[in-house]
Design a protein around this ligand. Structure first.
Ligand SMILES: Cc1cc2nc3c(=O)[nH]c(=O)nc-3n(C[C@H](O)[C@H](O)[C@H](O)COP(=O)(O)O)c2cc1C
Length: 334
């Protein structure tokens, strides 16, 4: 196999970073920055894009960066490259979270990567009511399997666990509303200056009061324009609740759990499911601790919750949320 030129490597990395920008992130803050070197690309946290009042522990930022890293991997694999990723603990200012080098993968097309890459532009956070059709176990199993290569485990909550999970979500929504700085931060990321290309636009936020589906209460975003399917409360929502756990709470493990989150979301999208990532219930200490002991046992920390379901037949297509352009996110060095 011939060694690829530096130009070919840099072009492949640059193109994959461009694709990675579609990754989800809390409040669409896009807390990542990439630096392209001669034979690698580095992923950094963009510190000014943290959410200090909402995401006090900084897990949301690491999860968002992990999602971007996984999107990058998928884009590379889909184009015939094998990525070698070195994760690093968060260190002094300037040290990257991860360094990615690539080499030609050779051999057959990676079908999983191809399917997930095709889902990148189709994946959107959907906060609307889902269909009344339940998600069968084999589909849930396929989605859960996607988490494993990056150390994440997806636990789906049934029966009494589901009830307690939903109760914790409701309580978290009430408690977080009163946290200092939370409302101002929410306002900041939902009312961006013209041309900002980040934050959650009105078209991704539901109109009306906080959405409540059966036993579920989701995070409320102000003054949206997104309509429920069919315009009203005319069918039951059969969404499933799941929680993704990490190996531990070290930054590298949370970053890798972000890769698991991205893999789960892309796999779910490829299978036709609608998804809502949810961290609110884990951002409030009381409800986080309850979930950790109740749903998954104390040995693996929960890092992000997920709502999964079939989209309603009457749901209008969602519009993509904005992203900052490549030249603001990627620095090239020789
Ligand atoms: C770590 C993380 C946490 C999130 N938490 C929530 C949440 O609690 N509630 C919610 O409605 N959306 C949540 N989201 C979804 C983001 O708001 C969404 O990804 C972002 O606005 C970009 O939109 P998109 O996913 O449609 O591309 C979260 C996303 C990530 C990656």
């Amino acid at each position: 196999m011939t060694t690829p030129t530096t130009d070919a490597v840099r072009t492949a990395l640059r193109d994959a970073v461009a694709t990675s920008l579609r990754a989800p992130s809390e409040h669409n803050a896009q807390p990542w920055r990439w630096v392209l070197g001669p034979d690698h690309v580095d992923l950094h946290i963009e510190r000014g894009r943290r959410l200090p009042f909402t995401d006090e522990r900084g897990h949301g930022v690491l999860l968002g960066c992990g999602c971007a890293l996984h999107h990058l991997r998928v884009a590379l694999a889909d184009r015939g490259w094998h990525a070698v990723v070195r994760h690093q603990p968060e260190g002094p200012e300037g040290r990257p979270l991860a360094r990615v080098r690539i080499r030609p993968a050779g051999g057959a097309v990676d079908e999983d990567a191809h399917r997930q890459a095709a889902a990148i532009d189709r994946r959107h956070t959907d906060r609307r009511r889902f269909s009344s059709r339940s998600v069968p176990p084999d589909v849930l199993g396929a989605v859960a399997d996607a988490a494993r290569p990056f150390g994440g485990v997806l636990h789906v909550a049934f029966g009494a666990h589901r009830t307690m999970f939903a109760d914790a979500m409701r309580e978290a929504a009430e408690r977080q509303r009163d946290h200092e700085g939370y409302a101002a931060e929410l306002y900041r990321w939902t009312h961006r200056y013209a041309g900002a290309r980040d934050g959650i636009p009105a078209g991704a936020r539901l109109e009306g009061p906080p959405p409540s589906y059966r036993d579920l209460v989701l995070r409320w975003f102000p003054q949206g324009t997104l309509r429920q399917p069919g315009g009203g409360m005319d069918h039951e929502d059969a969404s499933m609740l799941a929680i993704l756990t990490a190996v531990d709470e070290e930054p590298v493990s949370v970053l890798r759990a972000g890769e698991s989150l991205s893999a789960v979301l892309l796999e779910a999208t490829a299978l036709g499911l609608a998804t809502t990532p949810i961290t609110q219930v884990l951002e409030v200490e009381e409800t986080r601790e309850r979930l950790r002991h109740l749903v998954v046992g104390a040995h693996r920390p929960p890092v992000v919750a997920l709502r999964l379901g079939w989209p309603s037949d009457r749901a209008a297509p969602l519009h993509p949320t904005p992203r900052r352009p490549l030249d603001l996110v990627l620095t090239e060095v020789d």
